[in-house]
Design a protein around this ligand. Structure first.
Ligand code: C5P
Length: 238
């Protein structure tokens, strides 16, 4: 009973921990997110291993640099077989467009499927206090929607955003745009360092296409039972 809309964040440091969690979750989970924590410690092999297991992979390295460097970085990641890669939307229109164009061209040249490329809007851990300390005056939600529109105009396939902002992004960017939302917490779960959170069904109702969930599954006494409970809640929103 898996659901490609659920992406479990593999925020661990070793291949042994990856294998143990993937084994525990078995057929329940079809999609995993590899972030910087894991990628920096075990390298690209983890993506290859997950693909060999028949899993989908969101490679969440949040690239943020000048256009040429981001495009080069993505070219290096291209052959791994990730299904989704990402860049920071605040890197700007030119950076996002260069990244998307290079990715499409490289995929065509190599004759391999092109990963989806999405833009990180504003981190879901960002709260109002952090926001003001950055000197920002625009409401956070307005900036998120503006960055999502910019990402779409630059040719990206979607964005990462808080589930609370999913509805306005859906309205602004149309029905085929991916909205990947971390900051999802089932009822009663610890919020950890997230701020702009919502429950799984709520996030989907708001228009999210994928939910990224880490600690509520990974740190649960029974991760498989935790995943199943989340999947059951997600079932209600098709
Ligand atoms: O454990 P938790 O469910 O909070 O994990 C959320 C995951 O999503 C983490 O791997 C984090 O890096 C990632 N993420 C996020 N907010 C973003 C983008 C990614 O929390 N805006």
């Amino acid at each position: 009973m898996s659901d490609d809309r659920l992406i479990v964040a593999l925020d661990v440091h070793t291949m042994d921990d990856v294998k143990a969690l993937v084994d525990t979750l078995g057929e329940t989970v079809s999609y995993y997110k590899v972030g910087m924590e894991l990628f920096y410690s075990v390298g690209p092999d983890v993506v290859r291993w997950l693909k060999e297991q028949g899993k989908h992979v969101f490679l969440d390295l949040k690239l943020h640099d000048i256009p040429n460097t981001v495009a080069g970085g993505l070219a290096s990641l291209m052959g791994l077989g990730a299904d989704i890669v990402n860049v920071h939307a605040s890197g700007g229109y030119t950076m996002m467009k260069t990244a998307a164009d290079h990715l499409h061209a490289a995929a065509a040249e190599q004759g391999i499927p092109c990963p989806k490329i999405i833009g990180v809007t504003v981190l879901t851990s960002m709260n109002e206090d952090d926001w003001q300390k950055l000197g920002e005056t625009e409401p956070m939600a307005d900036l998120v929607t503006r960055l999502a529109k910019l990402a779409k105009a630059a040719g990206l396939d979607g964005v990462v955003a808080s589930p609370r902002e999913a509805a306005s992004i859906r309205e602004a960017c149309g029905k085929d745009f991916l909205i990947v939302t971390p900051g999802v917490r089932p009822a009663g779960a610890s919020i950890d360092d997230q701020s702009r959170i919502a429950m799984p069904a709520q996030a989907l109702q708001n228009g999210a296409t994928h939910l990224v969930i880490g600690r509520p599954i990974r740190a649960a006494k029974d991760p498989k039972a935790a995943a199943l409970a989340i999947l059951k809640e997600m079932e209600r929103v098709k």
